[in-house]
Structure formats: C-alpha cells, structure tokens
Write a protein that binds this ligand. Structure first.
Ligand code: ZN
Length: 469
C-alpha cells in the first residue's frame, strides 16, 4: 500500500511515540523506513524519513524498538515447535502457520553444522526472522535456538546475540556403557539409589539394580557434569535471559526411562534448571522420514518418559521430529499436549518439492548431482539407511510425476542429507552452481512454497493434537 510516499507492507506499519517505522519496497528490494525515529543507519529521504537497509546493525535497533521482532523464551510455554529455516525463506510459511495454531514457534533454530553448510551466521539467521516478523506484523512470541551447541565459545556466541534457547548437546560426554564398568560404584550413588523405590507419580515407580545404576553412572556421569558446568557458567546467575534444553539424543543407544530418571535427578540435585530434555528414544528417528521401529514399544516408553518429565517439571523435547507422523498422536496424548518438537530438514525438502513443480529441468540436474556425486560424501555425516536402488530412475519419470519422489523415503533422504553440498557447489569460475538459481526461484514462487509448508508442517501439528486458535 501507499504510505508516507512509499510502497509499504501494510502489516509492518508501527507507530512509536510520535514517529513511524515500517517496511517498504524500493524496486526489488525491501528497506526499513523510519520517520522521526532515531538510531537507524541509512539514507535520509527528507520529511524526517530514513531509508535503512536490512543490515544486522539495523536489525538490532529494530529489536530494541519493537519487542515483537525480538525472540522470547517460548520454550517455557506448553507447546513449542522448532522450525529450522535453513534457507531464511521458509519463515513466511511458518508465520502463517503459527498465526493459526495454538503453539509457539522457535523460528530461528540452527546448529553450527547447519551454519557451516549453508554459509550463514547466527546473526543472519536471527536477522532474517526479525525482518520477516516485522514485515508480516507477527505479534505472537517466538524463540531463537542455538541448536546442538557443544562448546563454551558457541554457547556464548548464541547468547550474546540474544538467542533465547540453548540446546546443549551432551553427546561428546556420553560414554559407552562398557567403559568404567569394572570400577566399584561410588558410595555417593549407591546410598542414594540402591535398594530404593522412586515414585514419580501416576502409578510409575522406578528402582535400580546395581548393574543398571552402574550403567547410568558410566554412561552419563561426565555428561551431567558438563551440563552442570555450562549451566553455572551461563544461566545460573541470570546474566542471560534464555532457557536450557538438555540434549542426550545424539547417541547410538536409546535412553531408557530409568536412565532418563537418573539424568534428570542428578541435574536437578546439582541445581540445574532446564526447560526441556531430549532423550534418544527407542527405534530410529531418521532424517526426513517416518519413525522406523516398534511403535508399540515407543508408545510404552514415551508414556514413562512423559511421567518422568512431569515429575521434574520440564517438557519432553522430540528431536528429528520431521515427518514422524506415526509417533505424533502418542506424543501429543502422553505429554498431555505439553512438549517441544523440532523439525528442520523437512522444510528444506518442501523447498525442493517446489523446485520439482516449477522448474523440472533444474530439479533433474540437482537430483542427478545428489545421486551420482554428493550422496557418498554426505552419508558420512548422517545415520540413514538410504538405498539408492529403491529410487525410481528420474529419466523414466515425466515432469508431472517428479513430486512423487518426495513420497519415496529413499529419495527424501537422498535430497535431505545432500543439502549442504547442493547449496555450496561451485563452478570452475567460482560462481554457485545451484544456489543463486534456487534462491531466485524460491523468491519468485514463495507463495507456492508457503502453501506447501502450511500443509506439510500443519500435518505435524494436527497429528500432535495442536488446536487451531
Ligand atoms: Zn538432537
């Protein structure tokens, strides 16, 4: 709409004191326009107006000026849902979705590995959300997650930018059960745990055998110490306004309910306050496909995991939640609708589905590259059981049938795990092979991508039992 002589985004218009700030289009590009508001760095347009580019500096000013453009601690809300927008373009679909559903989004959510693979920074990730939320006038609270962080340096990096959630990845401190088994159990643990019954409520009582306690100590002792140290260093004194998620999911062996209790109990006794804990569930939560494993076993265990979480007053966090449709009804039910679920890769897959629809030739080239070249490299970093032989030969598919590849688990995983290589591939002259073409396409067809996301992520929320507002 025409506003103060600019082509403004209507929902972005905010009055602050006697001034105004909004987002407007100048040609192909978006800018912040501020009138009678100081702070923004940009070009004077006359009449008290400043035209400010979408830089990190201006994003920080915007966040201070308009609190709804800054992240909040939504992990403490009943229902929170992480949507890793690796590309910085899924956000418009995500905004639409969370305007409709009774859950709080973590819009910014990236791990250091994802930053490296997408060539982004935590500044970029947060700023992209700030500008999108501003443009669309999204007024609900949302969060920013420094996902799967392992070091002091990385945690400090995310917190210093105002990230409101840290997912502390304890995996490097989780040991195989066989290690340290021979040693006698420390008396500080035996006195506390052996020969006792732990009533966690709702009819669930837990008890440890000596062997089970030995496993808990051997596997988790160091990880618990690490989490306690990191908590004291960053959050214990209230210096940062953020929540902790304890992640013990990135290991080979599932976290048994008993081990879950042990970790939660030890952390609580050490004075660590955390909002969520992510166990490694039984079965497999592979990337971008439905649950693999014994669903009835999963349903039995999630019930006890949920009771333990309620007992200690935090939420269960479900990692690798992309497309785990068969598990969602029981997760929603057993947690009583109180949970955190993370998705990431599925948002990228939807972006690639859009490519298959609007530019089949480009999709074919990327698919071939992924299959013939990128897959071997990418599979080193992911636990997947992808069988390339089960993917239909793309040459035999008509353009209209290409999206069927996104209903095939092996094909989904092929495209899922190769995202970093697809985006970073360069030509001999140093230019990107696919990245620039892809972004151009996604910009032009953002409506189609948004529709796809609303439908696909909406299916996640529906099955989890999240109601529409
Ligand atoms: Zn995880």
């Amino acid at each position: 709409m025409e506003y103060l002589g600019c082509d403004a985004y209507e929902k972005s218009i905010n009055s602050v004191g006697s001034g105004f700030v909004f987002m407007a289009k100048f040609g192909d590009e978006d800018f912040i326009v501020a009138r009678n508001i100081s702070g923004f760095k940009g070009e004077a347009l006359g009449d008290g107006k400043i035209k400010a580019a979408l830089t990190h500096e201006n994003a920080e000013i915007l966040r201070k000026l308009l609190p709804h453009t800054a992240p909040s601690r939504v992990l403490r809300k009943d229902r929170s849902f992480g949507v890793g927008d690796r590309l910085g373009i899924a956000i418009f679909g995500h905004i639409k979705l969370f305007e409709e559903y009774d859950a709080y989004p973590i819009f910014a959510q990236q791990s250091i590995r994802e930053l490296t693979l997408t060539n982004r920074t935590y500044e970029d990730v947060l700023d992209a959300v700030t500008f999108a939320v501003f443009r669309e006038g999204f007024k609900k609270e949302w969060g920013a997650d420094g996902d799967h962080l392992k070091t002091v340096k990385d945690v400090e990096y995310a917190l210093s930018l105002g990230y409101t959630m840290i997912t502390l990845d304890c995996s490097e401190h989780i040991k195989p059960a066989s290690s340290a088994k021979a040693a006698a159990l420390p008396s500080s643990y035996t006195g506390k745990y052996l020969g006792k019954k732990f009533d966690v409520g709702e009819g669930v009582t837990l008890g440890f055998t000596e062997a089970e306690l030995g496993d808990c100590i051997a596997i988790y002792r160091e990880a618990i110490g690490f989490a306690a140290d990191m908590y004291k260093r960053f959050l214990g004194d209230g210096k940062y306004n953020a929540d902790f998620e304890i992640s013990i999911d990135e290991t080979d062996a599932p976290t048994t309910p008993l081990q879950h209790y042990f970790v939660a109990r030890e952390l609580t006794d050490a004075g660590v306050s955390f909002a969520t804990l992510a166990p490694r569930f039984c079965g497999e939560f592979q990337k971008g496909i439905d649950y693999v494993g014994d669903l009835s076993q999963f349903e039995k265990e999630i019930k006890i995991h949920a009771v333990i979480a309620r007992h200690f007053k935090y939420k269960l966090s479900i990692h690798s939640g992309s497309d785990k449709f068969s598990t969602f009804p029981s997760i929603g039910r057993e947690t009583g609708g109180i949970f955190h679920v993370k998705t990431a890769g599925t948002n990228w897959l939807e972006a690639m589905r859009t490519v298959a629809v609007v530019d089949p030739a480009l999709y074919r080239t990327i698919h071939e590259y992924a299959r013939s070249t990128a897959f071997e490299e990418a599979r080193k970093y992911y636990h997947v059981t992808t069988d390339l032989n089960k993917i239909p030969d793309i040459k035999t598919l008509k353009d209209n049938d290409l999206t069927a590849l996104f209903n095939n688990n092996d094909s989904r995983q092929l495209i899922h795990i190769t995202y970093g290589l697809i985006l970073s591939r360069k030509n001999a002259d140093g230019s990107f092979t696919f990245k620039d073409r892809l972004y151009k396409l996604w910009k032009t067809h953002n409506d189609l991508y948004t529709q796809g996301l609303v439908k696909h992520i909406g299916k996640h929320l529906d099955l989890l039992g999240v109601k529409k507002i």
